[in-house]
Design a protein around this ligand. Structure first.
Ligand code: HEC
Ligand code: HEC
Length: 507
């Protein structure tokens, strides 16, 4: 054991004697002298279940976790396990830029224009390298997929859209299943959720699903809106993954109580309550908006660009608005896979109103009690590659298989990898300040990103490029108007939060 590890053991032992179990407020007053963990107090889920901690507490504490620069006293690093939790040769270093732990804090990458946002090219992640041991060559495209950091603003609404869409798709499959059982013949149904078509599903009389015509979603029909690949169902699942992957911080709900899975001599690094707070912070972040310029010429260009965006067929994938039936976010997500908190694990789910609580600006309430989400996506995977254009076909390592969370025996064919060429339609509601662009973040302008739309988007891209330069400029101006609100210098700026709400002054 080298000096660093000896010191670590000593510090960790000291820590175990001082680490309080619960209550965020308690320890703030008298901070002990000397080395301290970044997060000295941890939340008890029971205090969330009982209503003792409300949305304001969870936002505050969740943000603290999101910006915390974890150190060895917190349990930073995973000297004995990989980013998937598998054991590896012990004594691995605290940081490895490629295969991770690769950063001090979530906000080390998600910081554009502030905590919770997108990231620079330098914040790219080599997705799936975290499973490698040893880490040599982990930037090779044969071993990992380099991806650019996305922003989480508005992701509470995105998670709820996906949940409602999954429920719709699963209900359609269950109708087909009942039909097949009744008739003794295979039953086929169109899969449409919130107006988005996901192909067709066939169920055999024996209950097995023929997935060959399912399109753009996993065969379990659970819409997974996170990762540009569409691989993770909830902010909570992502947070449990990311805490371990990026920081070597293991949550109790994933790794167990009093278990030192990563051999760093710290246990219970993140409580169930901690993960709830980090999740609610992300879910309750403000929503990107359309900024209304004070210059009439620019406003006119934005309006014209929005019309051309629709005329060119961009809206067939970048759907301008999807409607939520319920305006409430509820935690945890019922589709969470094992290793993540589920509704049956809590006394009652923690809920908040996406149109009223959380940080402003928020999504817009609909007349029917639901809400409008203007994210410019269909939450479906598409292939933007063809014989001439294959910029978006750069990846080689499949991220999981298409059976998703379902047992492979539920299907008539063996599971196949998620296609490396397909990605979720990128949300465009933050296009104005989430550069660089493309899943790898290797495109510096919006025009380049549009230029490389081949395959399923080829007709729409050609229609855009066939327009005169002034029309193309208008589309770009429209996309630039979609932004995460930041402290903008210069003249007063007004924001438009959807078409129906009155214009509000932000500053
Ligand atoms: C080293 C940079 C880095 C760090 C640190 C990091 N992330 Fe990320 N994050 C990314 C990248 C890159 C993506 C896009 C991944 C992809 O598309 O496959 C991402 C995506 C996400 C998403 C999904 C967003 C979406 O719309 O698909 C969530 C949620 C998220 N991160 C949460 C976290 C949390 C919570 C932490 C801290 C525990 C964290 N991230 C730490 C780089 C980082
Ligand atoms: C067939 C579906 C489809 C159509 C049609 C489509 N897109 Fe996309 N768009 C996507 C997908 C998928 C991505 C993600 C590409 C990637 O990074 O892998 C994307 C990404 C983008 C991006 C990059 C955003 C970022 O933050 O990286 C821009 C800009 C964009 N699209 C604009 C447009 C415009 C403008 C049109 C119409 C001319 C259009 N798209 C038509 C599916 C589509």
């Amino acid at each position: 054991m080298n000096t660093v590890h000896r010191t670590k053991k000593l510090l960790a032992l000291t820590l175990l004697t001082v680490l309080p179990t619960a209550n965020a407020q308690a320890a703030e007053t008298s901070e002990p002298i000397g080395e301290r963990p970044a997060i000295a107090t941890h939340l008890d889920q029971a205090d969330i279940d009982s209503g003792k901690l409300g949305i304001a507490d969870l936002l505050r504490y969740g943000e603290r976790l999101f910006v915390a620069r974890f150190n060895m006293l917190d349990g930073q690093g995973r000297p004995g396990s990989t980013g998937t939790g598998a054991p590896r040769v012990p004594d691995q270093p605290a940081f490895v830029r490629t295969s991770a732990p690769d950063s001090n804090a979530c906000a080390g990458c998600h910081i554009q224009p502030r905590a919770g946002g997108a990231g620079d090219f330098v914040a790219n992640v080599f997705v799936l390298a975290q499973a490698l041991d040893p880490v040599t060559f982990s930037t090779s495209p044969e071993l990992s997929n380099e991806r650019n950091t996305l922003g989480m603003m508005g992701s509470g609404a995105i998670e709820m859209l996906a949940r409602e869409m999954s429920a719709e798709l699963i209900a359609i499959r269950e109708e087909a299943r009942a039909d097949a059982a009744r008739s003794g013949l295979p039953a086929t149904r169109d899969l449409v959720a919130k107006g988005v078509s996901f192909g067709r599903v066939t169920v055999r009389p024996d209950g097995r699903v023929d997935p060959t015509e399912i399109d753009g979603v996993d065969w379990d029909l659970i819409v997974k809106p996170f990762h540009q690949k569409g691989a993770v169902v909830s902010l909570r699942e992502f947070t449990n993954n990311a805490m371990n992957h990026h920081h070597g911080m293991q949550s109790v709900e994933r790794f167990g109580e009093d278990v030192d899975a990563d051999l760093d001599e710290v246990v219970n690094e993140l409580t169930v309550g901690d993960i709830t707070a980090a999740t609610i912070f992300q879910a309750a972040l403000d929503v990107p908006v359309q900024i209304r310029s004070t210059e009439p010429a620019r406003r006119a260009a934005v309006a014209r660009g929005e019309a051309i965006f629709a005329e060119a067929g961009c809206t067939s994938c970048h759907v301008p608005v999807l409607n939520l039936e319920s305006r409430h976010f509820s935690e945890p997500n019922p589709y969470n896979p094992p290793g993540n908190l589920r509704p049956e694990d809590v006394a009652r789910p923690f809920t908040f109103d996406l149109t009223r609580d959380g940080l402003a600006p928020r999504i817009e309430r609909a007349a029917d009690g639901g809400a409008h989400v203007r994210a410019f996506t269909d939450l479906k995977r598409h292939d933007l590659n063809d014989d001439e254009l294959e910029h978006f076909a750069n990846e080689q390592v499949p991220q999981g298989t298409l059976n998703g969370f379902a047992d492979p025996s539920e299907f008539t064919i063996d599971p196949v990898p998620r296609p490396t060429r397909e990605f979720l339609t990128r949300k465009l509601w933050d296009a104005g300040n989430s550069d660089p662009y493309g899943h790898r973040g290797d495109l510096t302008t919006l025009t380049e990103a549009i230029f490389f739309h081949g395959g399923d988007a080829r007709a729409s891209r050609d229609a855009f490029l066939a327009r005169p330069q002034s029309d193309q400029d208008a589309v770009i101006e429209f996309l630039k108007s979609l932004r995460v609100v930041e402290d903008l210098p210069g003249p007063p700026v007004r924001i438009r939060q959807g078409r129906r709400t009155p214009v509000t002054a932000v500053r």
